[in-house]
Write a protein that binds this ligand. Structure first.
Ligand code: ARG
Length: 460
């Protein structure tokens, strides 16, 4: 049983209950936030003459010793202390004696845990953002080199129209930019202090919540204490943001896996970020992108878990809420390592421009250009042009050619009004560069997108 507070129940707790009830095994992750929160709290209490300056200083010195002990691995986490909050208070009592008992004035574990957990989530938001910015840098560096590298753009995983590789990479830059913005937005919305709400109804002491919040770097204090101690939206938001981010990581991973197969051969991961088979000596396996894709399942589970834990809870705090932490810790760790390893794997990835070009010559990627040519130059409606182009595709297939390889005579058999300039129109590079509308794949449009993202990065 905890030394700090035994309250109404006096009989010693069953050992099994200690094990079941405790969160210390995982919430020790919050030790730093707990110590910082307690320092700010006692500073506020002394400023408001609720405790003496002397008690404040003793508490702050004791907390510094505890921080050092934890960081040096000398601290004893004891399951009977239940959680990190009681553990630190208990250790503080041993170090400084009775003054430790003043630290919990005008607060409850309910606002304390809401504070610690929120601080952890806010810090994690920032850490993930900075890792994502590094990933964006890597993707932009790859993009800069490949604004003219042709590859088949696909829909339904079928060759559709020629695009360039930078354009493809910039699609991911766009996704990760949204992930960054979501995390920033979430940070702003949740940078509100819960401390001072106490158990559920606020406190009878003359506390200064604004002051305490400012010491901890919050923008403001929460409005309604009943909501504050039972609010875990900030945790749900980071879980959702991580799920979305991991879904994006999973999609690029899927492409890397496909692209590194012999069927595609577009890219090759460096040996450093590949693994080998234990039985087939010729194999090089894309374990990194496969694991990234696989881990997405677990972070989605964490989001659904917390939504489910919270859905039926009456106000305010309920012990169910102790189940909020493990999933968040797990998702945050997963997101951090995933973004890092994806950046590193991309840095060393070899890009085979020739293989991409070769693939572009399969699938008549300039078929839409012929239909557009017939519509613009030969008096066809688009639907009739579409139909005639279908016949040209069948002819090219029969003759084992790509449409871009047909000569003028062959094309004129279908429509005598077709002129010499059609040959240029059907070239894959011309086709790619024809799509120069805003946001299109033409090299000039791609360069404009690159510039947009680089300017955004400079401001981030
Ligand atoms: N370990 C608890 C948690 O993580 C701390 C809050 C406990 N509050 C309470 N009234 N039992 O949720």
């Amino acid at each position: 049983m905890s030394k700090v507070a035994s309250g109404k129940t006096t009989a010693p707790k069953a050992k099994l209950l200690d094990e079941f009830n405790a969160s210390i095994m995982f919430d020790k992750e919050l030790y730093l936030q707990d110590i910082e929160g307690s320092i700010a709290h006692v500073k506020m209490l002394s400023k408001q003459d609720i405790i003496s300056n002397d008690a404040r200083d003793k508490i702050i010195d004791g907390l510094a010793i505890i921080k050092k002990e934890i960081e040096e691995g000398k601290y004893q986490f004891n399951i009977a202390d239940e959680d990190i909050h009681m553990s630190i208070e208990s250790r503080l009592s041993t170090i400084i004696g009775d003054d430790a008992k003043r630290m919990h004035t005008a607060r409850s574990r309910n606002d304390q845990v809401a504070l610690d957990f929120r601080m952890y989530v806010l810090k994690s938001n920032k850490e993930i953002i900075s890792l994502l910015l590094e990933l964006e840098r890597v993707l932009l560096n790859i993009s800069k080199k490949h604004t003219k590298t042709l590859l088949p753009g696909m829909t339904h995983l079928q060759h559709a129209q020629p695009i360039n590789f930078a354009y493809h990479m910039l699609a991911y830059v766009s996704m990760f930019k949204r992930d960054i913005e979501r995390l920033e937005d979430s940070y702003k919305r949740n940078n509100i202090s819960p401390i001072g709400c106490a158990a559920l109804a606020g406190s009878p002491y003359k506390t200064d919540r604004e002051y305490e919040a400012s010491l901890l770097g919050f923008d403001s204090v929460s409005i309604n204490c009943l909501d504050t101690v039972s609010d875990r939206d900030f945790a749900l938001e980071i879980l959702f943001n991580i799920s979305t981010l991991m879904m994006h990581i999973s999609r690029i991973s899927e492409e890397i896996i496909l692209w590194s197969s012999s069927e595609f051969g577009f890219v090759e991961l460096s040996d450093e970020y590949s693994t080998s088979s234990s039985i087939m000596p010729q194999k090089k396996n894309p374990d990194v992108p496969e694991l990234l894709r696989g881990k997405t399942g677990r972070v989605n589970g964490n989001l659904i878990s917390l939504l489910t834990v919270l859905k039926g809870l009456p106000l305010a705090y309920n012990k169910d809420m102790q189940e909020d932490k493990e999933g968040v810790f797990d998702s945050v760790k997963t997101a951090k390592i995933s973004v890092k390893i994806l950046s590193e794997a991309l840095k060393g990835m070899r890009i085979d421009e020739q293989a991409m070009l070769k693939a572009t010559k399969k699938g008549h990627l300039s078929a839409t250009d012929l239909a557009d040519y017939l519509t613009a130059n030969c008096g066809y409606t688009f639907r009739d042009a579409y139909k005639l182009t279908g016949e040209v595709v069948a002819f090219a297939e029969e003759n084992s050619k790509d449409m871009s390889e047909l000569n003028l005579q062959e094309l004129q058999k279908f429509e005598p009004k077709i002129k010499e300039d059609v040959i240029e129109t059907l070239q894959l590079e011309t086709s790619m560069n024809a799509r120069s509308s805003q946001g299109g794949t033409a090299t000039c449009s791609t360069l404009a997108q690159l510039e947009y993202f680089e300017n955004w990065m400079k401001k981030s």
